[in-house]
Design a protein around this ligand. Structure first.
Ligand SMILES: Cc1cc2nc3c(=O)[nH]c(=O)nc-3n(C[C@H](O)[C@H](O)[C@H](O)COP(=O)(O)OP(=O)(O)OC[C@H]3O[C@@H](n4cnc5c(N)ncnc54)[C@H](O)[C@@H]3O)c2cc1C
Length: 417
């Protein structure tokens, strides 16, 4: 299925160029409308994964279009939350620790829009543990092996440093002082701005799921445009099962995840950075991020919720989860026991069977790449994933088995946290 030059010119034209010019960002690039050539790569999905992939490909000299149905970091996207933790600790899953290290370096180099706060907040991350907890013990060994700055803190030291936390049954913790959190949806928008400045053409369009088999010549949009390219990357996050229902309908599991923001007491700095790090209470499957810019102290269960539709699912929190979270907050952060709820988000994880990402070619369409399966921990890795995917597309070479489609099972058995 090849798009004619006439169709291509008719369909791609003003939207892409108009959007770029409006921001004054598209400069020396040869516009698609005058060249009539298909793009080298079209990336569908401007979440954290797609936007970094598009940027890397363009930087490598390819002509790239980036398309999103709702906009970069939109409220339905998995990348659309206020903040995301970036930590180095990943048990013995060293590849993710290495990707976190590389990503942190790149996130730090990303400049936010003028007047906005830095997109990375070096608040530190505190991973609480109990007894011989195997994951935390393995994390400690990995951090030591890779020379990552960290501290192993016993209970007495925890109580001394963070008296505003009641550590309960937690007996020790790992503190990563150089880690922290990312200002998530602003960061995605900044990546897309950076990508546009380097020549990527961004279009806000909904792509129709491609049908058939064999090489894909072009995609169509709901508004009737046809966009041709040599290669396509589908980085559609929790929408991947909808875009490729036969292939991924039972291999990516979008789950409903609720996030709560509690108001801190007036004038109280104990729940903000630097007094409060981002934290994880692994045994209770719950984590949080300090109050940032007065938006509230974030607390969120990490346990997978029920199945969720990213287009139509309700974004209103449930009384049941709120009660569970309140109970936890009252125990772990006693001063916030009766803190008012000042905000909430309902987002979705896009889980693979075990939590490993999906990065692979479509088995029946060699020029189509599938990128996703962030599984509740993908945000931080956007920069490293972008480099990895761009290198596989441009240079070839097999993907790590753990990222392949073949390793994605149809049952959920989480092993990557
Ligand atoms: C509540 C919550 C907390 C999390 N906490 C953390 C954390 O602390 N640290 C961390 O590292 N990670 C965290 N994650 C995980 C991380 O946010 C995700 O793994 C990551 O954002 C996934 O990015 P993505 O680009 O794959 O998907 P998305 O961000 O969902 O992007 C996909 C994009 O594709 C677009 N799209 C879909 N279909 C189409 C179509 N047909 N046509 C055009 N566009 C389309 C969508 O509009 C969307 O913008 C969390 C996730 C959630 C939900």
């Amino acid at each position: 299925m090849k798009t004619t030059r006439r169709e291509f010119v008719k369909t791609i034209g003003a939207g892409a160029i108009g959007a770029g010019l409006a921001r004054g960002l598209l400069k020396a690039q040869a516009p698609a409308v005058s060249s009539g050539r298909p793009y080298d790569v079209v990336v569908v999905g401007a979440g954290v994964f797609g936007s970094w992939v598009a940027y890397r490909l363009q930087e490598a000299g390819r002509r790239v279009a980036l398309i999103d149905a709702y906009g970069p970091g939109n409220a339905r996207a998995s990348s659309g939350g206020q903040t995301r933790v970036i930590r180095m600790g990943y048990g013995d899953q060293e590849i993710y620790t290495r990707w976190s290290m590389r990503s942190l370096e790149l996130w730090k180099g990303l400049v936010g829009p003028v007047g906005r706060p830095s997109l990375f907040q070096e608040a530190g991350v505190l991973w609480m543990a109990r007894g011989e907890d195997p994951l935390t013990t393995k994390t400690l060994a990995t951090l030591q092996r890779l020379n990552i700055v960290h501290e192993r803190l016993g209970r007495a030291e925890l109580d001394r440093r963070w008296p505003q936390i009641d550590f309960g049954p937690n007996t020790w913790a790992i503190h990563e002082p150089d880690s922290g959190f990312l200002v998530a949806f602003h960061a995605v928008q900044a990546v897309v701005q950076m990508a546009e400045a380097s020549g990527v053409e961004y279009l806000q369009e909904a792509v129709v799921p491609p049908e058939g088999k064999g090489r894909l010549g072009a995609i169509t949009t709901r508004s009737g445009k046809t966009i041709a390219a040599e290669k396509f990357v589908f980085a559609c996050g929790p929408w991947l099962p909808k875009v490729f229902p036969d292939l991924l309908g039972d291999r990516i599991f979008p789950t409903r995840q609720e996030v709560f923001y509690f108001g801190i007491p007036p004038g109280d700095s104990r729940f903000r950075s630097p007094a409060m790090p981002a934290w994880v209470d692994f045994a209770e499957e719950i984590y949080g991020i300090p109050d940032f810019k007065g938006r509230g102290f974030k607390v969120a269960p990490d346990r997978h919720g029920p199945a969720f539709d990213p287009d139509t699912g309700s974004r209103v929190i449930t009384a049941e989860t709120l009660a569970t979270v309140r109970d936890f907050v009252g125990r772990r952060f006693p001063a916030l026991k009766d803190a008012p709820l000042v905000g909430s988000e309902v987002c979705q994880y896009e889980n693979t069977s075990n939590g490993d990402f999906l990065i692979d070619q479509h088995p029946e369409r060699g020029n189509v790449w599938l990128v996703g399966g962030g599984s509740g921990h993908g945000f931080k890795h956007g920069p490293a994933l972008g480099e990895y995917v761009a290198a596989r597309i441009l240079e070839g070479g097999a993907v790590e088995p753990r990222f392949s489609l073949a390793t994605k099972q149809k049952v959920q058995k989480r092993s990557v946290y």
